[in-house]
Ligand binder design. Sequence first.
Ligand code: BGC
Length: 243
Amino acid sequence: MAILGIDIGGTGMKGALVDPTTGELVSDRFRVPTPQKRNPKSMAKAVSKIVTHFDYKGRVGAGFPTIIKNGICLSSGNLHKSWKNENVSEIFKKETGLEFTVVNDADAAGYATMNYGVGKGEKGLVIMITIGTGLGSGAFYNGELIPNFELGQIPYKKFKKIEEWASNNAMQREGLEIEEWALRFSKFLKITELLVAPDLFILGGGLSKRFNEYEHLIKSKTPIKVAALKNNAGIVGAAAAVK
Ligand code: BGC
C-alpha cells in the first residue's frame, strides 16, 4: 500500500504517495508554501491541506526540519520558537485525525538516499547534507542511521550557527553569487571533515542541483556524490520511516 510522505521545510511542504518497497513516487508531488508564521497551528493546517489533497487515510510519514526525538521537537530550528518541546505527531494528528511518524528531514532524505539512491551499499561514515533554508545533515555508519546529527548548528565567526552563513537562505538574504556562496559551503564541508572525518558526502536539497556550477570551488578532500533523488529524497525517506 502506498504511504503518504511529507517533506516539511522552512519554505515549502511537499507531499506524494510512495511505494515503500521500491521508494518510487506513485503520485504527483503536491506542494504548499510553509506558512510565514511557521508556528504549530498554521503548519498543522498546511499539512492537513496535503492530506486532503490525496484523500489519504493511513499513517503519514513526515520529515520535520528540527531535532526530533520520539516525535518531540527538541529545537525550533528555523521554525517558530513555540515548536520547542511540542509533540509534532500529536499536533498533526489533532488536525488531520491521522497517525504520524515524524523524523528529522535530513535524516529522512539521507535514509532514502542510502536505501534507494546513490548511497546504496556505501560503507563507513556517510554524511548527507541537505542545502535548503537551513543546512541539514544525516549521518550513516555502514548504512545505519545515527539520528539527529546537527552539523548546521556549529557556531562560526559571529554566527550562532554556520547554517546562517552557508545555507541557501544566506545566499538569498545576502544576494550572493553562487561562487561566493560555494566558498562558504566549502568551508562548512572542511570543518565537518575535520570534526568527523567522513568517507563520503552526499549532497541533497535545492542547491545540490547546481553542483556542477560550483564543484571546482569545493576544497574538502572527501569524495562527494549528489543525491539523484534530489528534492524527492525527503518525501521518500519520510514515507519509509512509516515502514
Ligand atoms: C535544523 C535541522 C534541519 C535543517 C534542515 C536546521 O535548522 O536544525 O534539524 O535538518 O535545518 O531543514
